[in-house]
Design a protein around this ligand. Structure first.
Ligand code: T46
Length: 314
């Protein structure tokens, strides 16, 4: 995946989503009368626009998957508006998340902006859940006047913001592994306006029988736990509520991941040094384990762990 400038050959695939009512109903413009010529014009105009940047999200074969945009770029005020549209084929495959993160990086690192805002229709529950899941702030009252004015104070909109320095790159949803431990997508069934239900099954979703479940709660923010490894125990760790950073280290690397989504778990199935940092008060860490509690399975001394796995480079 990558971002690149829009080019003429993207027009047919751009027109594909422009003429898909399922996609355009969540967007803010009326696309009902758009033609392929409008896609071509949009691409060509994008070359010379000064206060707007439109880029293509493309796959490894350079096929257009969607457009990400920064609009109304206001260098003086340090802000811009973000927008994204992806093809139906690109949905659920990480393209939207990739495009968003890359464009926000551009906004903050390249164009030196301080704030990027975007709006979502209240009825677009899927998008709202996506942004909330990634930890973006939804605005109640601090919406700049000129944004409201520009969009006629429309009441069916919710506003989000990303600020320079925000930790918005929670990659848990797009990565496959952390320190060679598998990131597990826990099956999650949303119910309209009644929350979500997540579940996993022993031997189907995780490759061990569960003999023990424990959970860690009431941990103050900023506290670290763990600092040990297990010799044989296999575990699935997940955070059904709150935000916990998991730092994992094996003989080759030390990596971290933020667990902040009930549908994400990490399966630790080999001797791995672990530390858990509570980023948010009242976060809960749940663990499904392959064996009963056995004190002799723990390695609580870091040097001993290093010897156990044959020398770790930290
Ligand atoms: C792990 C991380 C993610 C028990 O008596 N039974 C149990 O099933 C467990 C898990 C713990 N304990 C006792 C042992 C200690 O006296 O509870 C006390 C606290 O355990 P610990 O200091 O090991 O807690 P954490 O949060 O550092 O580590 C725990 C698990 O122990 C460990 O297996 O992988 O969570």
């Amino acid at each position: 995946m990558q971002l690149r400038n829009l080019i003429d050959k993207d027009a047919p695939l751009m027109y594909e989503w422009m003429s898909n009512p399922q996609i355009t109903k969540t967007l803010h413009l009326d696309y009902s009368n758009k033609k392929i010529e409008d896609a071509i014009k949009f691409i060509r105009d994008s070359e010379w626009l000064v206060d707007e940047k439109n880029l293509a999200i493309v796959n490894d074969e350079d096929e257009y998957m969607g457009t990400v945009s920064l609009r109304h770029i206001d260098q003086g005020g340090g802000m811009a508006e973000f927008a994204i549209a992806v093809r139906e084929d690109a949905m659920g495959k990480g393209y939207a998340w990739f495009g968003m993160v890359e464009m926000l990086k551009n906004a903050f690192d390249r164009y030196n902006l301080e704030k990027v805002y975007w709006r979502v229709k209240k009825e677009n529950i899927r998008a709202i859940r996506f942004f909330v899941k990634h930890g973006f702030n939804m605005l109640d009252e601090d919406i700049p006047e000129d944004l409201l004015y520009r969009h006629n104070n429309e009441e069916d909109l919710l506003w989000f913001v990303a600020l320079k320095g925000d930790d918005f790159k929670n990659e848990a949803l797009t990565r496959g592994e952390v320190a060679a431990c598998k990131i597990v997508r826990i099956k999650t069934i949303p119910t309209i306006e009644a929350g979500e239900l997540s579940f996993f099954e022993a031997n189907h979703d995780i490759d061990f029988e569960v003999k023990r479940i424990y959970y860690i709660s009431k941990v103050p923010e900023g506290v670290r736990r763990g600092f040990h490894a297990h010799k044989d125990l296999k575990q699935l760790l997940f955070c059904p509520y709150g935000k916990i950073q998991l730092i994992l280290e094996n003989e080759n690397c030390r990596e971290e991941i933020t667990l902040s989504d009930p549908s994400i778990g990490v399966a630790i199935d080999k001797p791995t040094w672990r530390e858990m940092l509570w980023l948010q008060k009242d976060s809960v860490l749940c663990v499904a384990a392959s064996d009963y509690y056995k004190v002799e399975d723990y390695i609580r001394d870091y040097d001993e762990y290093k010897k156990y796995v044959g020398g770790i480079s930290k």
